[in-house]
Ligand binder design. Structure first.
Ligand SMILES: [Ca+2]
Ligand SMILES: [Ca+2]
Ligand SMILES: [Ca+2]
Ligand SMILES: [Ca+2]
Length: 328
């Protein structure tokens, strides 16, 4: 089986400048001057209580220290004409390269991850996800973008952050959600597809659009001009783990976090394939891209579970369900 062709680098101490394009400020919520008609006099419904505005204390700025970066397969040159990929989609190890719509295989540049990097400052980690381009119909980064973390480097992730686009150039917590797998059942019995998966994936919501223990825990913004979506989160989200593995993802459609890993909860026949062959074209699992895992705060040897290719990679891993999980 063809390996995902991935170049991988770790660089420490390099200054990464995130070039956000200055855009006009979005209208403030509640600044509309439109007036609503008065309620009907016969209404018997009690008025809805006004939602309490979320008070933010701090927000991210820009990462100043590089932690890691890597590249993913890009389909922009051949994807639109061939409506298929030549590599990078390996259902067996839960790695997907399918930035296309189902059935008609329309290429979606805003879902095609081509690179990723992680930076930090004193308070935050920043994940930059570079896509092949913006949505060709709206000019925006219209997808759902996320990042998964394997905190103890055992092949099973514990945290999923997702941010639903489109975003502006200003940081927002709107549409940003953090899920965790508390009971350690992600992946079932191995990294390969389980015949029957009975787990519940990322079953717990830690943070949702500013609601949660810390209203400032996770944020997102985008620069559609250069196809970059950035997700920032407080360092304490990673519970003081000194090193970990991470991978970004992008989806054109809502995803169900309880169905992770998708190679346990879809069959290849149901999911379809972007590779011309028996299971072509894409069916139930379309408009989705994820990548190999990148180490953070340690040098890759190539044997990291589900890691990016260095010399060799360890893709077949036996899991012990019910162990691990997000530490409280
Ligand atoms: Ca890609
Ligand atoms: Ca883990
Ligand atoms: Ca599995
Ligand atoms: Ca779970």
């Amino acid at each position: 089986m063809k390996r995902n062709r991935v170049m991988f680098f770790v660089s420490v101490g390099m200054l990464v400048v995130f070039t956000a394009t200055a855009c006009g400020l979005p209208a403030l919520p509640g600044s509309s001057t439109a007036t609503l008609p008065p309620p009907p006099a016969t209404s018997t419904t009690a008025p809805e209580p006004s939602p309490v505005a979320i008070q933010h204390l701090v927000q991210p700025s820009s990462g100043v220290t590089a932690i890691a970066n890597a590249h993913d397969n890009e389909e922009s040159e051949t994807g639109a004409t061939e409506k298929s990929v030549r590599g990078g989609d390996e259902f067996r190890i839960n790695r997907f390269e399918r930035p296309f719509t189902a059935t008609d295989m329309t290429y979606l540049p805003q879902i095609d991850i081509v690179g990723m990097s992680m930076t930090k400052d004193d308070t935050w980690y920043y994940v930059q996800i570079k896509l092949a381009g913006a949505d060709t119909t709206t000019g925006e980064m219209s997808g759902l973008y996320g990042v998964e973390f394997d905190l103890n480097v055992d092949g099973k992730t514990e945290i999923l952050l997702v941010a639903q686009g489109p975003f502006g150039a200003d940081w927002t917590t709107d549409g940003v959600t953090a899920y965790v797998d508390n009971n350690g059942d992600i992946g079932g019995i191995s990294s390969k597809p389980d015949d029957i998966y009975t787990g519940n994936g990322y079953e717990t919501i830690l943070f949702d659009s500013g609601k949660g223990e810390d209203p400032d825990a996770a944020w997102a913004r985008a620069n559609a001009a250069n196809g970059i979506v950035e997700i920032a989160f407080k360092q304490e989200t990673l519970r003081d783990f000194p090193k970990w593995m991470w991978n970004p993802l992008a989806s054109a459609y809502p995803i169900d976090p309880t169905k992770f890993y998708f190679n346990d909860t879809f069959t290849l026949q149901r999911a379809g394939s972007p590779v011309k062959g028996d299971n072509y074209p894409l069916k139930e699992l379309a408009g989705f891209d994820n990548t190999c895992r990148v180490p953070a705060n340690f040098e890759a040897t190539g044997t990291e579970p589900m890691g990016c290719q260095v010399q060799a990679q360890q893709d077949d891993i036996e899991f012990t369900p019910g162990t691990g999980g997000y530490p409280n």
